[in-house]
Design a protein around this ligand. Structure first.
Ligand code: FES
Length: 638
């Protein structure tokens, strides 16, 4: 096969490939990040690029207009390289700077800080990997215990670890090490499967710190804390966009990619490992340490992300009855996964509960101490799916409500993630319907992110441009409201003001998708309340987690019926609790064990089960209005 060179503009990234290589996959290999909401199925139209020079083999380009094709646009996912080519990735197709919650970056508003959460206070430092300083009794003719027995005796002098294990490489160096240091030694213990193993021997006066990493594997973003295990302090934070997004926006898209592409699983697995290794590299460089100084790692992610991280096929998670391969994940050696920390180190994944409710949620419950609260608490994590937990110290219920990625821009024509150029806030003149807006980084607008979409629906409804069912007012005549194909659209930003070469609009179909998403979340809340014979009034506290939760406007979210109509002081925005829980687990073996108890204690509510599905459907339909068909549920906003 002939080899060709492909150049991607505007970053001028070049890569060589064989004839017939898929352009979207090649871009991913080259580190060029292109939106791919449908995972390369050719249906979302988000991966449009422009062929500036050379030729590509165009497969099914049916969703592109003749005009676009004329201008050189192609769907990258449906194009193959057949010559040297220069490809421009237009702004609207790029995945660029993204807002990532690394830890204490909590945005504006009233948020729970680490101090509020008392993380430092409640974590008694007992990391999953800990170093001890020991002084052993020297052997003699009357004290002839073996070196290993002698070591175990000293380790157990102040603790009770009857099932200690020591791997062969450590055994091989034990005798010479103890004698070299005159029976004084540093010993590092790693927790594994309920026991400990002697992971490493070190010089007694070794002052080098051991480090660990806590990582949140989000569907959209990754966040990493590099933590000094001797002090518990985070010494570097790194975040990045999850490169798997090149293969699908949400978990369903990723699972489909695995199913429909030979080698798809390995591709997604390697993609996440590569992304994590880049974060490790950056964090280690910042701290001036070697990879081998990082001795352990804790990961928290949703069920699909955990499967892909481990290289396990996630396909059954999306098929009735939605069974993952595993929820409780045993520790795995770093080198088995290709994670670039000290070889043979143990890597831990926090446990999931069932179906789509994974380790990011159990981690969140740990971080917020939800399982110790006496108040009835609703925990909401709105990402590309939407997971909920309701409960307190006595009981915990959880469900996943298939909200879809609308609030991350998926399924919305000009929807996008919260990154440069995304409109996050609108203002509308009630008389003239002229619109003002603000964008992330004050860049020219190229789309609307989740918080902007929620705000938009709220204000369009408030001024009467859309009615409670999300339809444009049929009586309204205004130049911004116009017909298109079988629906209407409203111009938010005219082409002249936009950072892209077209008007930015919202269509009736977009609004319908948003109402479906918010309806699914609210219906999930109602279903958990129904199953516990409770109503909204019983909710004493609402914890809104995740990147998205951090940027939404509470009033707008209540106005459209996404969040329950409860007093503002009941809501707390708790940030990236998946990452926080992973960090707490890294630093405390007790906390790590507690996550497992939390996972076992949570009752999973399957909303599509026979005894729930009709009620869920009723709730879902009722919740697809603004704010709801039952206005008595939203007294303060109607
Ligand atoms: Fe190409 Fe969706 S159309 S990724």
């Amino acid at each position: 096969m002939a080899g060709y060179t492909v150049s991607f503009l505007p970053n001028e990234i070049e890569i060589n490939c064989d004839s017939g290589t898929n352009l979207l996959e090649l871009a991913a290999d080259a580190g060029v990040e292109i939106k791919a909401v449908c995972g390369g199925a050719g249906s979302c139209g988000k991966c449009q690029v422009i062929v500036k020079e050379g030729k590509v083999n165009k497969l099914d380009q049916g969703i592109l207009s003749p005009d676009k094709l004329e201008q050189g646009y192609v769907l990258a996912c449906k194009a193959e390289v057949i010559s040297d080519v220069v490809i421009e990735v237009p702004p609207e197709s790029r995945l660029s700077k993204h807002q990532i919650l690394l830890d204490d970056d909590m945005g504006d508003g009233e948020y729970l800080t680490e101090e509020d959460l008392n993380i430092d206070d409640r974590v008694e430092l007992s990391p999953l990997y800990q170093r001890l300083e020991l002084e052993l009794n020297e052997p003699s003719l009357v004290d002839n215990a073996s070196d290993l027995e002698r070591l175990y005796t000293e380790i157990n002098r102040d603790r009770n670890l009857p099932d200690l294990k020591t791997p062969l490489p450590v055994l091989k160096e034990l005798a010479s090490h103890l004698r070299e240091y005159d029976w004084e030694t540093g010993v590092s213990l790693a927790a594994v499967n309920g026991n400990y193993e002697v992971a490493e021997l070190s010089a007694p006066d070794d002052e080098n710190s051991d480090y660990g990493i806590a990582v949140d594997i989000g569907t959209t973003t990754l966040a990493l804390n590099l933590v000094d295990l001797s002090t518990g302090k985070t010494v570097a934070m790194e975040g990045a966009y999850n490169k798997q997004a090149n293969y699908g926006d949400d978990v369903i898209g990723r699972i489909n990619f695995v199913k429909e592409n030979d080698g798809g699983l390995e591709r997604l697995h390697q993609s996440i490992i590569k992304s994590i290794n880049e974060l490790i590299e950056n964090a280690a460089t910042k701290q001036g340490i070697e990879h081998s100084d990082i001795k352990t790692a804790v990961f928290a992610g949703n069920t699909t992300m955990a499967h892909l991280f481990l290289g396990i096929d996630p396909n059954n998670i999306r098929l009735d009855p939605y069974i993952p391969t595993l929820n409780f994940i045993p520790p795995v050696r770093a080198n088995e996964l290709g994670i670039n920390i000290k070889e043979e180190s143990w890597v831990y994944c926090l446990p999931g509960v069932a179906s789509f409710v994974g380790g990011d949620i159990t981690s969140g419950v740990l971080a917020t101490e939800l399982s110790k609260q006496d108040k009835i608490t609703l925990f909401i994590d709105i990402g590309t799916n939407g997971e909920l937990v309701l409960g307190n110290q006595d009981w915990l219920m959880t469900c996943s409500c298939s909200a879809g990625p609308a609030f991350e821009g998926g399924g919305i024509e000009y929807g996008m993630r919260a990154m440069t150029g995304a409109i996050e806030l609108f203002d509308i003149d009630e008389e003239t319907y002229e619109m003002k807006y603000s964008t992330i980084d004050d860049a020219p607008p190229i789309g609307v992110c989740g918080s902007g979409l929620i705000n938009l629906i709220a204000i369009l409804n408030e001024v009467g441009i859309i009615n409670r069912s999300g339809k444009f007012d049929s009586e309204l005549e205004h130049e911004r409201l116009r017909d298109r194909d079988y629906e209407k659209e409203f111009v938010l930003v005219p082409k002249e003001e936009a950072g892209i070469d077209k008007d930015i609009v919202i269509t009736e179909n977009d609004i319908k998708n948003l109402l479906r998403s918010k309806g699914a979340i609210y219906a999930g809340i109602r279903m958990m309340l129904r199953n516990m014979s409770l109503t909204e009034d019983f909710i004493e506290q609402v914890l809104v987690a995740g990147g998205f939760g951090n940027y939404i406007n509470l009033d707008d979210a209540k106005k459209i019926g996404l969040l329950p109509d409860l007093p503002a002081d009941k809501f707390k925005f708790v940030g990236n609790t998946s990452l926080k829980g992973a960090k707490i687990s890294l630093l405390s073996k007790d906390a790590f064990d507690r996550v497992e108890e939390i996972a076992k204690k949570m009752t999973y509510l399957e909303l599509s089960a026979e005894d729930q599905s009709q009620d869920f459907m009723d709730e879902f339909v009722s919740a697809q209005f603004i704010p709801h068909t039952d206005l008595s549920l939203f007294p303060s906003v109607t």
